[in-house]
Design a protein. Structure first.
Length: 169
């Protein structure tokens, strides 16, 4: 994309994830309406991330106060997720991290670990994936510039979302 300016469009990694989960959640989160601190599911995911892979020395690397990588190895980065129910959102998040690192001159492979399920998914930043990340960043910016939140849209996982009562109550 010729008019793509990463420096202007770079954002928080969770916002890229939320784009694929729910555009309304993304918009609300950006406005400081953050319900995750009250969510048991979020707490379970945090605990799983904290206690999985205790032998790993480089856990939780925060870069530019925007992206928070769970585990950093010599040639890979890893994200630890509770389940693969939102696999597309998990995938775009780690692709964004790989893209971000590439902009800093660092090239790595990505792995999404689902320890509870004993699964892992390898992620590679291909030219097609780079375009997908760029399109996602443009869409995040477009949503965040909206005056009002996106319309409610019922999704299969709404009832388990930290924002459920806020949106549907």
């Amino acid at each position: 994309m010729q008019d793509f300016d990463f420096q202007t469009l770079k954002t928080n990694g969770i916002k890229v994830n939320y784009l694929y989960v729910c555009e309304r959640k993304l918009w609300l989160f950006d406005r400081g309406i953050q319900m995750e601190s009250k969510s048991d599911k979020v707490l379970m995911g945090k605990l799983l991330g904290d206690y999985s892979y205790p032998a790993e020395s480089k856990k939780e690397l925060l870069i530019d106060n925007l992206i928070n990588i769970d585990i950093v190895g010599d040639d890979q980065i890893r994200e630890v997720k509770y389940s693969n129910r939102l696999a597309n959102a998990d995938r775009i998040q780690i692709l964004y991290y790989l893209y971000y690192l590439k902009q800093l001159g660092i090239e790595k492979q990505g792995i999404i670990n689902y320890p509870k399920m004993r699964k892992r998914e390898e992620i590679t930043l291909t030219p097609e994936a780079e375009k997908e990340v760029e399109e996602a960043l443009l869409k995040v910016q477009k949503i965040l510039m909206m005056e009002n939140p996106p319309e409610l849209e019922r999704k299969p996982y709404c009832s388990k979302c930290a924002y459920f009562e806020f949106c549907w109550g």
